[in-house]
Design a protein around this ligand. Structure first.
Ligand code: FRU
Length: 469
């Protein structure tokens, strides 16, 4: 009997304007690319259950980064080269063809989930909808001799007429690193060597997943998701991190020297990013809006996982800013509130929030004002964001897991806060993306948002209802 896709049984946590699969599990964004007038995004997808399983590539496209159309599954595992999964990877356009590069996952069949091997494969499409796996797959059959079996997540780009592919890797000594290949035609790949050297297990982890490499505002950025960095004080508190290095590429041997690893998003639910270049030159990024091994109450409803909003990256003084793309303004429906007001101690800014955007500009605020923005329902506390002016520190507390996450700002104060709420997610962008918190929350009741200040403060705030599917 043919297996059937799982169905969504309850819509209560379904997001209104974020990318999700129509059913089943998703994790990493894959293959983010602009091709023939559409942005395409793919994602790791298991359509048969609400849990991770043999990975497919789900697929959606959009003309405007706002309205997404779900397309048929692009890659299905089970061929010799990708027997047990089509793992993460990237896309590149060459002439009139869209190429996908992905990792083939293979178990040895002894029921040991860590006993596997991986290779790299390609698929192509002319219409951006139907994909054909390359008949001579794999394009890279095996990891280099000094590598363990962790060898995955190809990101491909073109530079000076040469194609490069970086891969997340683990050196034989158990340290995470990035390795690099090159090709003239996207078909034959030659190993160049390690692009980075890891420092130590505690500082940089044991496996670097989902590497991405690009030039941004005059520097070379390596964005990646290392596993195994130990928590240190208020940093690296998630199970796995997503962050970046800023550094310099030596083009003669393609090695990369970099500064320290920094987290990109300070929230609980952000992992496995993928970027692309928009036609107008902006560097855009999606992340998976969840975390491995965290509780996902939507699994009870036949699905799990979503992507973040598309965001634009920029680099200022060695720090990556990440703000929602401006196209998202097209989601705005009626303005529910647009006022300037003086707050003595506490004020409700908005209520009945389900799919909304909230913008707060701190117009007259003394530099030593402490404030708290709280998101609660009429039955439960959900999440509080507090600003401590002494340490220029932001503290986000989620009531469901009682775990705090921390961020700092370099600016002398928080001057703006933009919040996107969508049924079961909250994304908070402070100071135009200087510090970002991405969070899931699970409550069927709508949220109210309150601001508490420890001295009188004047704010302007606007609330928009957003268009949802
Ligand atoms: C990252 C990751 C990738 C892998 C994929 C499998 O979240 O572990 O390294 O390709 O997920 O679904």
């Amino acid at each position: 009997m043919e297996k059937e896709f799982i169905e969504v049984k309850n819509e209560r946590y379904r997001l209104g304007y974020h990318i999700m699969a129509s059913n089943g599990w998703i994790n990493d964004p894959n293959g983010f690319v602009y091709f023939n007038g559409y942005y395409h995004i793919f994602y790791q997808h298991h359509p048969y259950s609400e849990k991770w399983g043999p990975m497919h590539w789900g697929h959606a496209r959009s003309k405007d980064l706002v309205h997404w159309e779900t397309l048929p599954i692009a890659l299905t595992p089970g061929d010799v080269e990708d027997q047990d999964g089509c793992f993460s990877g990237s896309a590149i356009v060459k002439e009139d063809t869209l190429y996908l590069f992905y990792t083939g996952h293979h178990y040895y069949g002894d029921n040991d989930p860590d006993h596997f091997w991986q290779n790299q494969n390609m698929a192509y499409s002319k219409d951006g909808i139907h994909f054909t796996k390359y008949e001579h797959n794999p394009v890279i059959a095996k990891e280099p001799a000094d590598n363990t079996h962790h060898f995955r997540d190809p990101k491909v780009w073109e530079q000076n007429g040469v194609y490069y592919m970086i891969l997340g890797s683990q050196e034989n000594d158990g340290l995470g690193r990035v390795i690099i290949y090159r090709s003239k035609d996207l078909l034959d790949w030659e190993y160049v060597g390690p692009m980075t050297k890891a420092k130590s297990l505690a500082e940089e982890g044991f496996m670097w997943e989902c590497p991405d490499f690009f030039e941004l505002d005059g520097s070379s950025v390596l964005l990646l998701s290392p596993q195994g960095i130990e928590a240190r004080g208020k940093d690296y508190l998630n199970l796995f991190q997503t962050g970046y290095f800023v550094g310099t590429l030596n083009e003669s041997d393609m090695t990369y020297a970099h500064k320290e690893f920094k987290e990109l998003d300070r929230g609980h639910d952000f992992y496995a990013t993928q970027t692309t270049l928009a036609p107008d030159g902006r560097r855009l990024v999606f992340g998976w809006m969840d975390m491995w091994e965290s509780e996902m109450p939507e699994q009870a409803d036949g699905w799990a996982g979503a992507l973040t909003l598309p965001r634009e990256l920029s680099l200022k003084d060695g720090h990556l800013y990440m703000k929602p793309v401006r196209e998202l303004q097209a989601l705005r429906q009626e303005t529910q509130c647009d006022t300037v007001q003086k707050i003595e101690a506490e004020c409700e800014l908005a209520h009945e929030l389900k799919q909304h955007e909230l913008i707060i500009d701190f117009e007259k605020i003394s530099l030593d004002t402490a404030w708290t923005l709280s998101f609660d329902t009429n039955v439960a506390q959900v999440m509080h964001l507090t600003y401590d002016p002494k340490n220029h520190e932001l503290i986000l507390r989620r009531t469901d897991n009682n775990e705090a996450r921390y961020g700092t700002i370099q600016e002398e104060k928080v001057f703006s806060c933009q919040v996107f709420i969508d049924t079961s997610s909250i994304e908070i962008f402070l100071n135009d993306g200087e510090t970002v918190f991405t969070e899931r929350y699970y409550s069927e009741a709508p949220l109210a948002c309150r601001l508490t200040v420890d001295q009188p403060t004047t704010i302007a705030h606007t609330v928009y209802a957003l268009d949802s599917k």
